[in-house]
Design a protein around this ligand. Structure first.
Ligand SMILES: Cc1ncc(COP(=O)(O)O)c(C=O)c1O
Length: 397
């Protein structure tokens, strides 16, 4: 008999490296202030770590597979529904695999809503600075897409949208609330004015609020993700961005009215309709979300939102002090700036971008909860060194 064993030394070395590197990972919207050790401890001692849970099917319908966390998933959706302006009676949603999964559902559901209102094929409109997943999903779902230029702040050019809009065809509009690189927020009021003027045969609005949708509901700018004011049909938010989950997950919310237009594919073995794109979904993710909501509460999320916005402002001020070309949009935790040398890019895990309107090569720092003032000061020190032609690749402590 062979003796299988896990190379624990190798795993420990890997874990040590990750724990060290997370401190300087500031170029991606992943909140490294992850706090799930107590959850995993409970999960193991409760016996659930030895159970194959699975949230297949519609969480609002009784499932024949009883080993699920649908009840917790529904409570997560019920917690967020009013925060995004959905009434309890109208809201339907799921905990997704992440932002792209939420966008996939938004676009897919949107196509079905539009085809219930018109025989004509829809056109999807989205800004050029929206996340690439929208392009990928258009390709996947075989949709005609019109990419609309964005202004220098990363917001959709509303005039260009008006020119591109074909009112004789149904319009599926993906609205960016926080673009990936610059944190641009599309102007929903201006988009609505265009739609009211041009009156396309049918309209569906999906909001991609992957990062900003996490914190906006807990700020004075909550109206930007409020369906009761902006009348969007669905919204996707990532869980591993603002909320600080240890793995990709997210939220997708829409209405029961939208749900009713979907093809239910009556799946007899699941005893219910399966409106979701994937059959199996994580049961662990909703459980972790439920745990976090109860531990953090609205006040906790408010404090976290305030902190990242305050620290992003601090970073921008520090860069202004040293005359480093840098920009930050209002209500944004994303600071973008002239791209530094390769050693800074690598040490701080920065992502590159290009915009000739801002002098060409850029990078950005997305200020999440693990990036406090102390870390920001070190980062700015490195930019100063880099500008002098010096480098310091010592890991940050
Ligand atoms: C605006 C936006 N939408 C969607 C996504 C994709 O989200 P996920 O990585 O959770 O699939 C991202 C990821 O950075 C994003 O910035």
């Amino acid at each position: 008999m062979t003796n299988h064993s896990v190379d624990i030394n190798r795993l420990n070395a890997f874990a040590e490296k990750m724990v060290k590197e997370k401190k300087t990972a500031v170029g991606f919207p992943c909140n490294q202030n992850v706090k799930f050790a107590d959850f995993y401890h409970w999960y193991a001692v409760s016996g659930l770590a030895d159970v194959a849970l699975n949230n297949m099917g519609d969480p609002r319908k009784p499932s024949l597979y009883s080993l699920n966390t649908h009840e917790f998933e529904n409570e997560v959706i019920d917690f967020f529904a009013p925060l995004y302006g959905f009434s309890h009676a109208e809201a339907w949603g799921i905990v997704t695999n992440g932002g792209t999964d939420g966008n996939n559902h938004g676009i897919y559901f949107g196509v079905h809503v539009l085809s219930s209102r018109s025989q004509l094929k829809p056109i999807l409109y989205v800004s050029e600075e929206a996340h690439y997943s929208v392009m990928r999903l258009c390709d996947l779902q075989g949709l005609e897409m019109r990419q609309i230029p964005a202004n220098v702040k990363g917001e959709i050019e509303v005039q260009a949208f008006e020119q591109a809009l074909d009112p004789t065809r149904p319009a599926l509009i993906v609205i960016a609330v926080g673009t990936t690189f610059k944190g641009g927020i599309d102007n929903q009021d201006a988009i609505d004015e265009v739609l009211a003027r041009k009156r396309p045969v049918a309209v569906y609005r999906h909001v991609d609020a992957a990062l900003f949708g996490g914190y906006l509901p807990f700020t004075e700018h909550a109206h930007l993700v409020d369906r009761s004011l902006h009348n969007f049909d669905s919204i996707a938010v990532s869980g591993h961005k603002f909320f600080g989950f240890d793995e990709p997950l997210g939220l997708f919310l829409t209405t029961n009215e939208v749900l009713a237009t979907q093809n239910p594919f009556r799946v007899s073995y699941l005893n219910a309709s399966v409106p979701t794109i994937t059959c199996s979904r994580s049961a662990l993710a909703p459980l972790k979300f439920w745990w976090q909501i109860h531990k953090t509460g609205v006040e906790g999320y408010q404090r976290q939102a305030e902190l990242i916005l305050k620290n992003a402002l601090y970073l921008k001020q520090r860069l202004d002090e040293i005359n480093y070309p840098a920009w930050k949009n209002d209500i944004s935790n994303t600071v973008y700036f002239r791209r530094p040398g390769e050693w800074v890019m690598r040490k701080w895990c920065l992502a590159p971008y290009e915009d000739d309107r801002l002098g060409g090569k850029l990078a950005h720092d997305i200020v999440m909860r693990h990036e406090g003032m102390h870390t920001i000061d070190h980062f700015v020190d490195d930019l100063i060194l880099d500008r002098k032609g010096e480098s310091d690749t010592e890991p940050f402590q």
